[in-house]
Design a protein around this ligand. Structure first.
Ligand code: WT7
Length: 647
């Protein structure tokens, strides 16, 4: 991929871990090499760091590949690793501080959290839910979402968290697909001072729905709700009255822990299946080593529990390590654009994990905002969700990290369960824009279209050659689709769908989904590369690039650009940006058209909806836009696109 494109990722910027950081880091140099010598021994020792009621008989069973089974015969309940063992050693340590959007707050120690989880678990049992059932959780970022997830795990019920921003139709589809027996929700959720009517959406989703028998409703916004007697139960009526201890259900390592739906560019959402032992091993190991967690840290991941990042790095990874976290309910711009940095200051956050889309938004708002806050407590920064372009990386480094914090750019997926490609903060010299190298014990390489490993300096497709503990076990209810989507491209290799470039030093540069690669005059050009070059221009805050059909070149590059505050779109600027891309990458990568827009269409997890931009560019009827976080922007972009200049 992008063989013609040499310049962009060959910049000489690199950052060594600060000496003191390295000396004290959880992961020390040599860890990659040692794991590579015997990956199974590495995973076995990582698995020993979680609590097992009965050790496994067999580390890995590949007989039913590509459905792999890890720690077979091992018995555990993940909540004992996340709660009980910490209550024994440090009951009064805070598990998380929580801050509500309106400014209310709460802190829960490990012993308080265990008690609340047990009470919720007992209430679920009373509602007839038990081992083998599936419970949908449709909530905002209240403390109870974490409690609800762990309560399910406590009694051996699987959870299926559905992001609170999804519509009632999306919820219904997921309730049906997993045959959920219960739903845990809220009257409403706060979002920028307004109430999102979650209970009303649940009511709509349940019209004529046949599997759900009980709904547990937390009171949060005190908005009016309608009530179905017998089916609906207030949290405050049935949870706090329960005993504050409930024995955990003993589970098999390979029993279902949760289902989480992920949508691809086509087809119905895939219910990704994760099981107990392997998943917890993966998230607990990566959390310790990638985020370098210490007892003195205050960790904050800004994700929502509706996504896998929330599952792995708000709930299970941090709790398995006995960490103290911050959880925040609201958006970054409520009541103003300084809210996140106020929180960093207030709680003295030391480790901060967010997404490139958020970083680019803060760039657009201007560095004056973070500059006016005290961010000196921070010592480590993380990024996830998309390729982070070097420009955003540098901004994050300078204005959030104060040029002293290592940045871990972590590549992984809902399907991989835990981080797969990442720097280790005390070990790896980082290069802005590269996720560096595979995590210890992960066997990921870049291959060409035939599945052969590429030479350094070349691009291709990322694949994983060997199984890993936190890998998905399948797509709920559709074993054929599991094989087709992930295992059919190359025999025996897991194919995540991402393009990747391997540089001369063996660093991996993720290039986005391969469906997003453009073919211009016979050259593969990744959207990420052109977007990085555009954002490199001082006037540009954010950009999205798609290939649209072109009779001459096969595909032509269509760019959508969000300018930083203060910059004005003009014909001159269009020409300047085209020249800028030509200078950064090469004339072949010059966008044929550039449209200025106040925002980009994004999914609710912050990913740019390139499919929609392709439709706009090729003047097609637009498909479903209801999963967009900002559907009103589509019209504005379409108007801009019809007027855009081309040459
Ligand atoms: C896809 C997975 C993993 C939690 C959030 C997203 C892209 C993710 C990076 C990164 C480049 C990244 C990939 C991947 N992605 N992290 N650090 N650099 N790309 O989970 O919704 O399952 O999406 O996100 O394209 O395949 P997801």
């Amino acid at each position: 991929m992008s063989d013609a494109i040499e310049n962009l990722f060959h910049e000489e910027r690199r950052f060594d871990p600060p000496g003191k950081f390295s000396a004290e880091a959880n992961a020390q140099s040599g860890i990659h090499e040692e794991a590579a010598r015997d990956p199974l021994a590495f995973w076995s020792s990582e698995a020993e760091k979680i609590h097992w009621r009965k050790p496994w008989d067999r580390l890995l069973d590949s007989s039913d590949a590509p459905v792999y089974r890890w720690f077979e015969g091992g018995r555990l309940n993940v909540t004992e690793s996340c709660l009980d063992r910490h209550v024994e050693t440090h009951p009064d340590r805070v598990a998380f501080h929580w801050e509500g959007e309106p400014g209310d707050s709460l802190s829960l120690t490990y012993s308080e959290l265990l008690a609340k989880v047990c009470q919720c678990a007992a209430a679920l049992k009373q509602l007839g839910i038990g081992k083998g059932d599936t419970v949908a959780i449709y909530m905002g970022m209240v403390p109870e979402i974490t409690i609800a997830m762990l309560a399910c795990a406590r009694i051996g019920a699987a959870h299926s968290v559905v992001f609170g921003g999804f519509s009632s139709d999306s919820l219904r589809e997921r309730l049906d697909d997993a045959s959920c027996k219960g739903v845990i929700t809220q009257d409403g959720a706060w979002r920028r001072g307004k109430v999102v009517p979650l209970k009303e959406n649940v009511d709509l989703a349940l019209e004529g729905q046949e599997t759900v028998t009980s709904v547990l409703v937390l009171e949060r916004c005190k908005n009016e709700v309608t009530w179905s007697e017998g089916r609906d139960h207030w949290w405050h009526d049935v949870v706090p009255t329960q005993d504050d201890f409930l024995e955990a259900e003993e589970m098999d390592s390979e029993d279902l822990l949760f289902i989480l739906y992920t949508s691809g560019s086509t087809g119905k959402p895939k219910g990704i299946v994760h099981t107990c032992g392997g998943y917890l091993t993966g998230v607990s190991s990566t959390f310790r080593n990638v985020f370098d967690i210490k007892d003195s840290d205050l960790y904050w991941c800004t994700a929502d529990c509706g996504w896998v990042t929330g599952h792995s790095y708000i709930v299970y990874g941090p709790l398995a390590n006995g960490a103290t976290s911050l959880i925040y309910e609201g958006t970054p711009d409520f009541p103003d654009q300084g809210r996140w940095w106020d929180l960093v200051e207030k709680y003295a956050v030391t480790i901060f994990y967010t997404a490139p889309t958020a970083i680019r938004t803060f760039m657009k708002w201007g560095e004056e905002i973070p500059k006016s806050k005290d961010l000196s407590s921070l010592r480590l920064l993380g990024s996830v969700g998309e390729p982070i372009n070097p420009e955003a990386w540098m901004w994050y480094h300078e204005f959030i990290g104060g040029e002293r914090c290592p940045i871990v750019d972590t590549w992984w997926q809902t399907e991989t369960g835990s981080i797969m490609i990442t720097p280790l903060p005390g070990v790896t010299t980082t290069k802005p824009g590269s996720a560096a190298t595979p995590y210890p014990g992960i066997d990921a390489v870049v291959v060409d279209d035939e599945g052969n490993e590429v030479e350094p300096g070349h691009g291709g497709l990322l694949v994983v050659r060997s199984p890993w503990p936190s890998m998905l076990r399948g797509i709920h209810g559709d074993p054929e689709r599991y094989k087709e989507v992930y295992w059919s491209r190359f025999d025996g290799l897991y194919f995540p769908g991402d393009g990747c470039k391997l540089d001369e030093e063996g660093y991996l540069w993720l290039l986005g989904r391969v469906d997003d690669v453009m073919l211009v005059s016979g050259h593969n050009i990744s959207t990420t590369e052109v977007e990085s070059a555009l954002v490199d221009h001082h006037g540009v805050a954010e950009s999205a690039v798609v290939g649209r059909k072109d009779d001459t070149t096969g595909q032509a590059i269509a760019a959508f650009v969000v300018l930083k505050g203060g910059s004005e779109g003009s014909e001159e600027l269009i020409q300047e940006l085209r020249q800028h891309v030509a200078a950064k990458i090469g004339p072949i990568a010059k966008p044929a058209s550039i449209v200025f827009t106040p925002d980009l269409p994004k999914t609710r997890s912050g990913k740019i909806m390139r499919r929609l931009l392709r439709d706009i560019s090729e003047k097609r009827q637009l498909g479903d836009v209801t999963t967009l976080a900002n559907s009103d922007i589509v019209e504005a972009i379409r108007d801009g696109a019809t007027q855009s200049s081309e040459d």
